[in-house]
Design a protein around this ligand. Structure first.
Ligand SMILES: [Fe+2]
Ligand SMILES: [Fe+2]
Length: 153
């Protein structure tokens, strides 16, 4: 990321980086030892870089808000008691929970809600990422999850 890109990225994500509600994500584990906050920041950076590299022309506010809040579900998914049955497992249900929380706390618009709702596609098969922003966050999330679990970067 160039210096100018870094400045742009910071200016667009500052409000989430500094928000105490978002900082709660530091207390939840995503993959391995990585917190949901660190994971969300990585997804935002990766989505930003993909958008620049692929010249996708995304709305950066939608892209980065969606990336930062895509896992804003605010619970510990390692708690097995939350798994009521196989169809209610974390992977299937957390996008909707994150979307609800993002609407409640940040009043995000429909475009951002789509990014959050569709980020687990194709697992959540009917929630296809049918916008450029949703597609890039879906891809960035998988790249980051792979790095954090398999490659342990
Ligand atoms: Fe997720
Ligand atoms: Fe994620």
């Amino acid at each position: 990321m160039s210096l100018n890109e870094r400045k742009e990225f910071v200016s667009l994500t500052k409000k989430y980086m500094e928000d105490p509600k978002v900082r709660q994500l530091e207390g939840y584990k995503a993959h391995g030892k990585i917190s949901v906050f660190s994971h969300s920041l990585s997804v935002a950076e990766t989505a930003y870089k993909l958008n620049k590299a692929l010249k996708t022309g995304c709305d950066l506010d939608v892209l980065l808000t969606g990336a930062f809040l895509h896992d804003y579900y605010l619970y510990d998914w390692h708690d097995a008691r939350l798994f009521v049955n196989v169809f209610k497992m974390h992977g299937f249900t957390h996008p909707e929970k994150a979307r609800e929380n993002a609407v409640r706390d940040f009043d995000v618009d429909e475009r951002v809600q789509k990014v959050i709702r569709c980020h687990m596609w194709p697992l959540t098969f009917r929630s296809f990422p049918s916008s450029r922003e949703a597609m890039l966050v879906c891809l960035a999330d998988k790249i980051c999850a792979l790095k954090e679990t398999v490659l342990r970067w």
